[in-house]
Design a protein around this ligand. Structure first.
Ligand code: HEC
Length: 210
């Protein structure tokens, strides 16, 4: 370390009077303290505008700029049918407009069990604590409505239905379709015939005697 009074050697007998060596533990402590010093972090000390702070750069002094007219968010580029659940003629879609994969069904199961099962029951049969205690209009079984087109379910989730609120802010469109697909699986599971099952599943069910 250099001092104003000239170079010194560690342990040198020629160290000028009045200049004391800083003890090592204290040095370490100082380094640790400096490491947390925000002014030394170039990311923090760089010139920038902060949200809600006044800006000297813009004539209107507002730092948060509105997007340019016509700006489209990356996640907004979704096919019309997927985003609205309606075809070009405005009618609700009979079938979901995206490929039904196992992964989509798994997402649907998770989202349904988080967002819907609490009221409509895990089997969508309307059996839930909420349904038992809700006097105004208990959440109905969704199995009875199997005849409705896929787009209708999408609309109900997106826009709400009677006293049921919209889930548009909680569920991105793909997750809403995932729920519709899983609802179809639940409906199918509650009215499937034994001979419709794959042989392995059929054998298992017969063994279990269900
Ligand atoms: C807070 C409880 C609650 C939750 C959570 C809920 N619903 Fe509902 N849902 C209801 C009620 C109550 C109705 C009946 C509303 C009415 O008729 O006014 C309903 C109606 C429906 C209907 C129309 C059923 C019919 O037979 O008319 C569908 C479809 C539906 N919900 C699907 C869903 C899906 C999918 C979810 C999850 C994204 C969900 N609901 C979450 C309470 C709920």
């Amino acid at each position: 370390m250099r001092t104003a009074s000239g170079p010194t050697q560690p342990g040198s007998a020629m160290r000028p009077r009045g200049v004391r060596r800083i003890p090592a533990p204290f040095l370490v402590l100082m380094l640790v303290a400096l490491a947390g010093c925000e002014q030394l972090d170039p990311m923090i000390s760089q010139q920038k505008v902060k949200p809600y702070r006044e800006s000297e750069f813009w004539p209107d002094r507002i730092s948060m700029r509105p997007p340019q007219p016509g700006t489209v968010a990356r996640e907004d580029v979704i096919a019309q049918a997927v985003a609205t659940g309606r075809g070009p003629d405005g009618a609700v879609l009979t079938r979901a407009p995206l490929p039904i994969t196992r992964q989509l069904l798994e997402t649907g199961r998770k989202r349904f069990e988080i967002n819907c099962a609490v009221c409509h029951g895990y089997l969508a049969d309307g059996v839930s604590l909420v349904a038992r205690n809700m006097s105004l209009r208990p959440p109905p079984s969704l199995l009875a409505r199997a005849g409705q087109p896929d787009g209708w379910y999408f609309q109900v989730i997106s826009e709400g239905f009677g006293v049921m609120p919209s889930y548009a802010s909680a569920l991105p469109v793909e997750e809403r379709w995932a729920i519709v697909a899983y609802l179809r699986a639940l409906q199918l599971s509650q009215s499937a015939r034994l001979e419709e099952l794959p042989p392995a599943e059929r054998a298992r069910l017969e063994r279990e005697g269900r």
